[in-house]
Design a protein around this ligand. Structure first.
Ligand SMILES: Nc1ncnc2c1ncn2[C@@H]1O[C@H](COP(=O)(O)OP(=O)(O)OP(=O)(O)O)[C@@H](O)[C@H]1O
Length: 273
């Protein structure tokens, strides 16, 4: 337990409100991501999911409320300070440097962990070379972990969409986070790519002990991966709990899932159970 009552590695969001001019995008939202768990945020378009991620990663400022992680209040911090506390993020639209190799994109993800930085590495200081080699070894391990090891030397641009999404996840992992924020990790993927990504996320939790908070519209994926689900609608939290219970909740069915998704057999987008 830290001084504020949150468990180490726990993310606790309370009373989170974000207003843009006349619009309340988030209205008093609260939820907790338990350490080492997978927590999904779902809800219809415009419900406030991305806004929530943007506050958690320091891109947007909260109008009211609190986000605590590992004893720190995140709402007052800029993105790089939040990242330094162990919170890494991927984006709805892939945000990688297309002309750089997979390896160099992952090294960029690691930059805050390097003592040398790129200037002294460029000066070829012996200690900087040693540090560079250690980081490159770790980057190779991470690339293998997400299944992109064979593409390390390739520029990112021409790689398939599914591979680029996994490279983006690898870059987040290269930051050695404790909490991963994944914004629609399987959007636009085919069934095989989705299953592969789901497996990587499952292993990130099981093997690396990370907590994962994800926004995702693929309900099959959410039901199979998440320990807990928070449902937003018009900026409010309308339900939360275990996936099966949330999927049966009449308010959730009304607002988001519709009759087609209830009750839960949780097929994925290609009808696979
Ligand atoms: N920077 C901004 N300025 C003004 N309004 C914004 C801004 N960002 C989001 N909004 C508004 O806040 C509301 C919530 O948007 P948000 O993108 O968080 O929803 P979402 O649940 O992520 O939707 P989607 O599933 O379509 O990505 C929407 O009405 C949106 O138009």
């Amino acid at each position: 337990m830290s001084g504020d009552g949150t468990e180490a590695g726990e993310l606790r969001v309370s009373g989170l409100t974000v207003r843009f001019a006349g619009l309340t995008a988030l209205d008093g939202v609260g939820f907790t991501v338990a350490p080492g768990s997978v927590h999904a945020i779902i809800g219809p378009n415009g419900a406030g999911k991305s806004t929530c991620f943007n506050v958690l990663s320091g891109v947007y400022r909260a109008s009211e409320g609190s986000v605590r992680f590992g004893g720190a209040e995140l709402t007052a911090l800029p993105p790089h300070r939040i990242a330094a506390l162990g919170v890494a993020r991927t984006f709805q639209n892939i945000a990688l440097s297309r002309h750089l190799s997979v390896e160099d994109n992952l090294m960029l993800g690691r930059h805050r962990l390097t003592r040398a930085g790129f200037a002294s590495a460029g000066l070829r200081m012996p200690w900087a070379r040693g540090e560079d080699a250690r980081h490159r070894a770790r980057v190779r391990d991470i690339a293998a972990f997400v299944g992109v090891g064979e593409h390390l030397a390739a520029p990112v641009g021409p790689l398939s969409y599914g591979v680029r999404k996994r490279v983006e996840l690898a870059r987040a992992l290269a930051m050695e986070p404790r909490l991963l924020l994944l914004d629609e990790p399987v959007a636009g993927m085919n069934g095989a790519e989705r299953r592969r990504m789901a497996e990587v996320i499952r292993r990130a939790r099981a093997d690396l002990g990370l907590s994962v908070l994800l926004v995702e519209h693929d309900m099959g994926m959410v039901m199979r991966l998440a320990d807990e689900v928070t449902v937003l609608d018009f900026g409010r939290r309308i339900a939360g709990g275990a996936p099966a219970a949330v999927q049966r909740d009449p308010a959730v069915i009304r607002a988001y899932l519709g009759a087609a998704h209830a009750p839960a057999d949780a097929p994925d987008s290609e009808g696979n159970p």
